[in-house]
Design a protein around this ligand. Structure first.
Ligand SMILES: Cc1cc2nc3c(=O)[nH]c(=O)nc-3n(C[C@H](O)[C@H](O)[C@H](O)COP(=O)(O)OP(=O)(O)OC[C@H]3O[C@@H](n4cnc5c(N)ncnc54)[C@H](O)[C@@H]3O)c2cc1C
Length: 266
């Protein structure tokens, strides 16, 4: 039987020191992914460092054109926050669509981004909104953070502390949820800031990605018809019992059109 030590961190520093001291230690936030992973014996850490209750990792603030959310902030808190609803309503909506009430009451934004499940919702918002992931060591632009399926730029002893989202002029998120889990079969987060439009697709491929052809077309004309002639390249998309590559490519386009229509009314 595998045994491990459980430690409830009292401060960010204590969590960071423990993480650096034990090569096989793992951070525990909401536990929504990590606990099932432990139960399935897919991870066997020496230490579980619980950062779930750390005040230094919570808090939501909108200031100087930026929305900052602490890494241990739960999905339900983002979904219900008046600050998020005012600054980036699409982000509050996204959080409200994650999983089910139990998952939203435990899961955290930092855990979701660190885990980088290819079907998770938050990575699309971080990438589309050009967020900065602030860690215990540095600041990482979303464009450099997501490295494909369950892989990020984080090193083994690095902790996400907060996420800083530039507040866009307009944004919308649409996903086609898997009926059992709520994870995205395909989801599209579309945002406009100045003249720039960024489109991030989740669920369809091995990791979140930007659909740059759509960004260029929507940058010229922000309406759903502007991408009628475009198609998401299906070559590297996911294929499983739930859908083919081509099905997911089409879903990604449909979700993008719905998100654009939500923003532009067209
Ligand atoms: C039934 C079910 C349905 C779900 N549906 C959805 C869905 O529809 N959409 C969706 O997006 N997600 C979904 N999820 C995932 C869920 O929303 C959580 O976001 C996700 O499980 C990870 O967050 P957590 O806080 O629970 O992290 P944990 O499970 O505690 O940790 C996950 C990983 O992240 C690491 N980690 C945690 N916090 C940090 C940090 N601050 N810095 C560095 N590393 C860290 C941990 O060490 C671990 O490796 C679902 C989960 C379940 C169980």
């Amino acid at each position: 039987m595998h045994t491990f030590s459980y430690v409830k961190a009292k401060s960010l520093k204590e969590a960071g020191d423990m993480l650096a001291a034990h090569a096989d230690a793992k951070l525990l936030a909401g536990g929504m992914t990590l606990i099932p992973t432990l139960k399935a014996r897919l991870a066997q850490p020496s230490h579980l460092i619980d950062i779930g209750g750390l005040a230094e990792l919570t808090g939501i603030e909108a200031k100087d054109g930026k929305l900052t959310i602490g890494a241990a902030t739960k999905h339900v808190e983002v979904a219900k926050s008046a600050v998020v609803k005012k600054a980036i309503p699409a982000l509050a909506y996204l959080a409200s669509q994650i999983g089910d009430p139990q998952v939203r009451n435990r899961g955290t934004i930092g855990g979701s981004l660190a885990n980088n499940d290819p079907a998770a919702d938050y990575p699309s918002a971080a990438l589309s909104l050009n967020a900065t992931i602030v860690t215990s060591k540095r600041q990482i632009a979303a464009d450099d953070f997501f490295h494909g399926m369950f892989t990020t730029a984080l090193d083994a002893s690095e902790m996400i502390v907060k996420i800083v989202f530039p507040i866009p002029a307009k944004a919308a998120y649409e996903k086609f949820p898997h009926p059992a889990s709520g994870y995205a079969m395909a989801g599209s987060f579309v945002s406009q800031s100045g003249k720039e439009v960024r489109v991030a697709i989740t669920g369809a491929g091995p990791g979140v990605f930007r659909w740059k052809d759509a960004e260029a077309a929507l940058g010229k004309k922000l309406n759903a018809g502007a991408i009628d002639a475009l198609a998401v390249d299906a070559t590297d998309l996911n294929e499983d019992m739930h859908g083919t590559k081509e099905y997911r490519a089409n879903l990604a386009k449909v979700m993008t059109k719905r998100a654009v229509a939500k923003i532009s009314g067209k």
